[in-house]
Design a protein around this ligand. Structure first.
Ligand code: 5GP
Ligand code: ZN
Length: 142
């Protein structure tokens, strides 16, 4: 942990290292939050661990708390703009991930519509749900 081991030049590692500019809104020992350069809305933030990991599941358990705390902090800051916002993670290319350094989006919503409301959805059938829960390895109880 601690060392930056991006497989190739990583723009968010460059920002963390101070070699690329960013509009930082929050920083602690393990985390940085800054404005997205192509914001969906005013105040769109990205919250990134300083250590380069691509995926949420690559975080060590000891890192969870600081990272989630920083996401909460980003939300708290966005609440200065609006109480309505989306928190999102695009994980993997097919999910729309384009920067392969873990980051949560915090996207303030004003009156611009909810992006999750735009695709028609059909109600989940319970038989199908049972199979999906099984495929997810659930139900997990700890
Ligand atoms: P993804 O689709 O990977 O979840 O989102 C990556 C986000 O990073 C995009 O919303 C994009 O606008 C943002 N982004 C890409 N390059 C830069 C950059 O150099 N600086 C900042 N601040 N944001 C970036
Ligand atoms: Zn990186």
């Amino acid at each position: 942990m601690g060392t930056v081991t991006a497989p190739e030049p990583c723009i968010f590692c460059e920002i963390v290292a101070g070699r690329a500019p960013a509009h930082v809104v929050y920083e602690d020992a393990a985390t940085l939050a800054f404005l997205d350069i192509f914001p969906f809305t005013r105040g769109h933030l990205l919250v990134v661990p300083k250590r380069h990991v691509d995926r949420l599941v690559d975080l060590a358990p000891a890192e969870y708390s600081a990272f989630l705390g920083a996401v909460v902090q980003g939300c708290r800051q966005v609440e200065r703009l609006t109480r309505d916002y989306n928190v999102g993670l695009n994980q993997g290319r097919l999910a729309g991930q384009i920067v392969f350094h873990l980051h949560f989006h915090v996207i303030p919503r004003y009156n611009d519509g909810n992006p999750f409301g735009q695709t028609p959805r059909t109600r989940l059938e319970s038989g199908e749900a049972t199979g999906i829960v099984r495929d997810l390895g659930g139900p997990l109880r700890r």
